[in-house]
Design a protein. Sequence first.
Length: 402
Amino acid sequence: MKKVIIIKYAELNTKKDNIDFFIKILRKNIQNTLNDDTKKITYDHGRMFIESTEDDFEDLLKKVKKVFGIHEINIAYKLDTTDFDTIKDTLADLVKDADFNTFKVATKRSDKSYPLDSMEISKKLGGVVLRTLNDKGVTVDVHNPEVTINVEVRRGQSYIYFERVKGLGGYPVGSLGKGLLMLSGGIDSPVAGYLALKRGVRIEAIYFESPPHTSEDAKNKVLKLAKKLSEYSGYVKIHVINFTEIQETILKNAPHDYLITLMRRMMYRITERVAYKNNCKCIVNGESIGQVASQTLTSMSCINAVTNMPVIRPVACLDKNDIIDIAKDIDTYKISIEPFEDCCTIFVPKHPVINPDVRSCEEYEANVDYDALVKKAVETSTVIKVENNSNTQIKEDFKDLF
Ligand code: ATP
Ligand code: MG
């Protein structure tokens, strides 16, 4: 018997006028994830069907579970007929070794010309189950059954399924534009990226390195994190910025309590430019209110003052423990805690300012032509593309990509 994966997209159904747009992107994302053009995917406004076999079924399911925009996944048996006797025989066969005490049958009949209505189908099939499991004391419980047997009768086909797997929810990646994620090697920013992807925002990443103060290992850690995120989005492009000259210049020219504030203002300026250049509509980062000195509200607004682009901070209001829980769920945690320095940790002042003010920042920034340095950092950036389905772990395309 054929197995089929049924995909339901409840939240997308609230997008009444745009539903086709969302479903098309979802279908494309699923097709890309499966990486198999031969797989047949059909759909209507309510569900999508992926044909599978016993052999590839587990693999398909594993991949589909990582696609945003899916509310529920059902593993169904498909019949290429709506003949009622065939449905009855199939159901009897499927439940004969089952181990449950109570059940109900829930029927959906999209073919309204079918001779039986949903209630009649459910009743008759309930009778089949009772007769099949007659000696096991099985009963019907319509309110709180152990097992719900779902039957769908469509034009020319019918489906029977028991299992419901929760999907990740959210919107299909790319359906709500693109954002530029400031991706460090820490715990917070990969989680921020994951949450933005979940809202349908495709992510490109930007990583600031300061060689020789930061190592290749530190960069590789960021690429590994991007690879994890690519499991949800197919691929992630990472813009790598050489930040050494800017950091060393700040270190020489500004009071130490302002080092981090000024450094982060430069990061934002560069991020904004790279975002514009690559059609990203917002900056996404892992800032969380109060976590460190640069994330007090005063610090954040002083840093934020250099850009007009929306800055989305998906973990802004989460406790660290909650961020860690998500990091563990998406398997980035163990990469994030690998002990490599990043460009922020190597220049940490003893007493960073907690309430910086914009005027002081502007005063310190006037000493040097930072604009030229920012421009240079953007122009010399390199791009690395990390792909989920590629066996070569990291593929480098560099800047002629644009
Ligand atoms: P994380 O755990 O994500 O590193 P954090 O708690 O260490 O965050 P900060 O170092 O203050 O906090 O950085 C705040 C945010 O700024 C990070 O979440 C990330 O989005 C961005 N960021 C910091 N360092 C870098 C970097 N080297 N490259 C790109 N983005 C960075
Ligand atoms: Mg960090």
